[in-house]
Design a protein around this ligand. Sequence first.
Ligand SMILES: [Zn+2]
Length: 145
Amino acid sequence: MFGDDTHDGPPLHVSEEALRKPAGATVGADGLVACVSCGTRLSAASADIVGQGYRCPRCTHAAHVEALASGRSDAGSHLSELERTNLRNAARDLLMFGGAAVAGGIVLVIVSASAGGLGLKLGMFVIASGVGMLAFGASKRSAAG
Ligand SMILES: [Zn+2]
């Protein structure tokens, strides 16, 4: 059992994205790496690892202070470029559909304002859904950095 390297289960799939090394994660011939934020060259052992590559402790501290001061996290810097792009696309879709839902809900409320009843409630529900999508989309866009 132990020390046996054979695997009888289903084939394991590792995505190409997980195996792709970001451009910022290149180790130079001198064994040094460049900080993805400021470009300072330092040893890989003293660098922090973020989604874009290596980052020097000074830039990591600056990012943490900035996150505390602004209330915005620097989570985006820990994501790969593809993950950030996917997050931005998801945010764009949510903002688009949220805006359409708010507009559609307002139309529904106006149309059924005189009749009242179910149409009015449905319109309010659609507006509330749209506002939720807008808020969620905005938070995704902010997280993408
Ligand atoms: Zn730096």
